[in-house]
Design a protein around this ligand. Structure first.
Ligand SMILES: Nc1ncnc2c1ncn2[C@@H]1O[C@H](COP(=O)(O)OP(=O)(O)OP(=O)(O)O)[C@@H](O)[C@H]1O
Ligand SMILES: [Mg+2]
Length: 228
């Protein structure tokens, strides 16, 4: 699949070059449809790009360490373009000093996918609905597991999307969406021995991620004790 995809992307890229040239033809009819053509080709290429990276061999195994979550969340906010977005309120309620035993880059990608979805849900909901537009991230620790929640005050996940939410290519058909974000997030969380799910019965949508610490290697501790 990756190979077909790859070649398809190359073909689309050359079609894009041609359509870019078309855009400079002065004929008004050409002027009307050329930008649309360019845009839909751009979308097709972006779609190939993301399926390509999904179809590629598996993700690397997580390289885990204790990651302070607060700076990661701040970076996610900036990357999603939400640090300067006055129309969406951002609430982070994270236990002071909370650390998650995770691969920092993979954790970042998981959170970015969820925050992007939340922002897109709020945008589709649009203003004028009265209530405040908000994205909220909470984080806490319960014993050996870290629990993170990402919520938004959007319309919630459509019923028919819920059943296979974390499978690849499930999308509501939002333009530009390839339906891979949650599949990738789930794959990364599970590689940590963790779990991701949609919390039922909330306003908007709430995703909960649970990531357990790596098990302590009792055997090596026992050996160390004996040696001591
Ligand atoms: N916070 C949310 N609120 C409402 N619907 C959501 C939310 N998050 C996900 N969804 C629904 O789940 C679908 C799948 O999400 P997913 O992130 O996997 O794909 P996508 O956002 O459509 O595309 P991609 O992430 O690949 O750009 C979305 O199309 C949307 O219908
Ligand atoms: Mg997405």
């Amino acid at each position: 699949m990756a190979k077909i995809n790859h070649d398809l992307r190359n073909l689309l890229a050359s079609a894009q070059l041609l359509s870019d040239q078309l855009a400079s033809v002065p004929d008004p009819r050409v002027q009307r449809f050329a930008p649309k053509l360019v845009r839909s080709l751009e979308r097709a290429i972006a779609f190939c790009q993301s399926t390509l990276s999904y179809g590629r061999a598996q993700e690397a195994a997580p390289d885990r360490r204790m990651v302070l979550i607060e700076p990661v969340v701040m970076e996610v906010r900036e990357t999603a373009g939400l640090a300067s977005d006055a129309s969406i309120a951002w609430v982070a309620a994270i236990e002071r000093g909370l650390a998650v035993d995770a691969d920092p880059d993979q954790l970042f990608r998981v959170l970015l996918n969820l925050v992007r979805n939340a922002a897109q849900a709020l945008e589709s909901h649009a203003a004028g609905e009265g209530g405040a537009q908000q994205i909220r991230i909470t984080g806490k620790r319960e014993g050996a597991v870290a629990i993170l929640e990402i919520s938004d005050t959007g319309p919630g996940v459509p019923k028919k999307t819920r059943e296979r939410l974390f499978e690849a290519f499930q999308t509501s058909g939002r333009p530009g969406g390839s339906g891979l974000g949650l599949a990738i997030a789930a794959e990364l969380v599970r590689a940590h021995g963790g779990d991701i799910h949609l919390v039922e019965g909330t306003i908007g949508a709430t995703f909960r991620i649970v990531i357990p610490d790596r098990p302590v290697e009792l055997l090596s501790i026992r050996n160390e004790r004996q040696r001591a």
